[in-house]
Design a binder for this molecule. Structure first.
Ligand code: ARG
Length: 561
């Protein structure tokens, strides 16, 4: 039952179609509310008066037991027994699809993660990867056909720097089997440091960059190809850890040639111009500065490659919408990209969106002490696992080592991802290892633990959970839980509209709080078989919706912890 739609049906004959129904912050204000502020213009009256007027013209229905005015709001109360029955039945009918919307034809590409080869996978990448994966799931659940894409920088200035430092300081060194990721990251950091010390070395790097792009030095290309692969293998391991999936991988290398062509076409058309031998596009008119497409030596920049990538995505993959999940530091770049696409007459320019996210820092500051760079994924993961191991060991002294390790690993990853998703994407995250692993507060383990707990209650009970007497679920805590369960489809819709997984994460936290409150005050297995049965139905619905929420976040819902 779509209660919102029911309410719309009551209201539309009175006020037309232009209004929004909200979910009030607490149940005393009803299950749904119509805020009358925006109607003031059309009705030429104050919102309080409008609310009164509408109330006089409408009646409660079978589903809506009461309609009240509260200041500028019209509050709707759903018939309680109806809400309970409808909600719980729907959850059992739809199970893993509860909250999902109808399929639609729109094809959306979500490009995320985008770690560069020859460089570290750091905390910012964890945030982007968690966000992108969750968004893909939310949009799919909503009904879109979703294409998950990665775009890795496997060529360009940073790769040239890495190859230069390797050849100069590490030639002949065999890459280590363990800690490969740090080895790769460290060589890049070394390159940057050496170049700072002796800026003249940049000439050597430029030469390598030119050879790399022209493919004019066979042995260099061989080294590039080998080391590129090492990076990609290391990334795949991380993606397996994080549960990230990609349908397509794009590489900067494959769009380099077309990028240069586009830049030259733009030059010919007079959209781009030459400046000091470089090809640039002047976007100052749009307050977007100057965007450099090709260097003086003709090599292709990140900018021009992105023009080619956008073209490739729409042409070859037939997408309707193109989402870039990229850190806020690249906001200007993406604005320049979208503007240039528009100036080129690229008709899908308006179908490109930047989903920006803010930085991740440790409480001690931004940098890792060891590398002087952003904190590496591998360092963060091992620190988290260390903490999680202590926790699991103290809770489960009887568990075998393997089980302890597995559980610690799962808890660590879930805690990590949840902490990347729960804050708004535009907020800075200060990552606190101990806090994110806590079984209380705003954490992933807190939500997962509620799920595991329900699983164990259900396992213990021998009652069949059919034909429950819904009426028995009449305490305040039960009503609150049911209300929270009933809004899940609406929450999915909001998360999809805003591209915000944190809406789902916060919903899951709230559901967990409401479940814990209920469980603190009431027994599930009571002396009355009827009441026990009804409550078992209720908690299995909670379990299902927690599982659905965690799924949308890309996080496991464990049955024991
Ligand atoms: N690989 C890039 C970087 O690390 C991010 C790519 C973002 N996507 C894009 N189409 N520009 O900075």
């Amino acid at each position: 039952m779509n209660f919102k739609l029911e309410i719309r049906k009551i209201l539309e004959p009175q006020i037309g179609k232009e209004f929004d129904i909200e979910i009030p912050p607490n149940p005393e204000m009803g299950d749904f509310a119509l805020p009358c502020f925006t109607l003031a213009k059309t009705f030429k009256k104050g919102p309080n008066e409008i609310a009164q007027d509408i109330l006089k013209k409408i009646r409660p229905t079978k589903y809506i037991s009461e309609i009240k005015v509260s200041g500028p709001y019209l509050n709707f109360f759903i018939n309680k027994s109806f809400l309970i029955k409808e909600t719980l039945q729907e959850i059992f009918k739809k199970k893993g699809r509860y909250g999902a919307h109808k399929k639609n034809k729109e094809r959306v590409m979500i490009e995320y993660s985008q770690a560069n080869t020859h460089k570290a996978f750091h905390v910012g990448h964890i945030r982007g990867t968690s966000l992108g994966e969750s968004l893909a799931r939310i949009l799919k659940f909503y009904g879109f056909s979703v294409v998950q894409a990665n775009y890795q920088g496997d060529t360009g200035a940073h790769v040239a720097k890495w190859l230069w430092a390797y050849l100069k300081y590490h030639k002949g060194e065999t890459p280590p089997k363990v800690n490969l990721e740090s080895w790769i990251a460290n060589i890049y950091v070394e390159a940057v440091k050496k170049l700072e010390e002796v800026p003249a070395f940049q000439e050597e790097v430029n030469k390598i960059n030119l050879h790399l792009e022209n493919k004019s030095d066979k042995s260099l290309i061989k080294l590039w190809s080998k080391t590129r692969k090492l990076s990609l293998i290391a990334f795949e391991k991380i993606y397996r850890d994080l549960g990230a999936h990609f349908d397509y991988y794009f590489f900067e290398r494959e769009v380099e040639k077309r990028g240069r062509e586009i830049a030259l076409e733009l030059l010919k058309k007079g959209i781009a111009e030459e400046s000091d031998g470089a090809v640039i596009i002047n976007l100052e008119k749009y307050s977007l500065g100057v965007w450099v497409l090709l260097r003086k030596d003709g090599t292709c920049l990140y900018s021009a490659k992105d023009l080619a990538l956008a073209e490739l995505k729409f042409k070859k993959y037939k997408i309707d919408r193109n989402l870039y999940v990229v850190g806020a530091a690249q906001s200007l770049h993406l604005k320049q990209l979208f503007k240039t696409l528009e100036l080129m007459g690229f008709k899908n320019a308006s179908k490109c969106y930047h989903l920006s996210f803010s930085e991740v820092r440790l409480p001690t500051g931004k940098m890792s002490s060891r590398t002087g760079q952003n904190v590496l994924y591998s360092d963060m993961k091992s620190t988290l696992i260390k903490y999680a191991l202590n926790q699991v060991k103290s809770r489960h002294e009887d568990w075998a080592e393997k089980k302890i390790n597995e559980s610690a690993n799962n808890i660590a990853i879930a805690a990590l991802k949840f902490n990347m998703l729960a804050p708004d994407n535009n907020k800075l995250i200060i990552f606190d290892y101990e806090k994110v692993l806590k079984f209380e507060g705003d954490t992933g383990p807190y939500v997962q633990y509620a799920h595991a707990r329900i699983c164990s209650i259900l396992k213990k009970s021998k009652l069949a959970i059919s034909n429950p007497k819904y009426k028995l679920l009449d305490t305040e805590e039960e009503s609150n839980l049911i209300r929270q369960l009933s809004i899940f489809p609406q929450i999915v819709l909001e998360a999809e509209r805003a591209y915000k997984p944190n809406i789902i994460a916060n919903y899951a936290l709230e559901l967990t709080r409401k479940f814990n409150k209920f469980y603190e005050l009431h027994k599930v297995l009571t002396d009355s078989e009827d009441l026990s049965r009804a409550r078992l139905v209720l908690i299995s619905a909670v379990k299902q919706v927690l599982a659905n929420s965690l799924y949308l976040l890309g996080i496991d819902a464990p049955s024991h912890m």
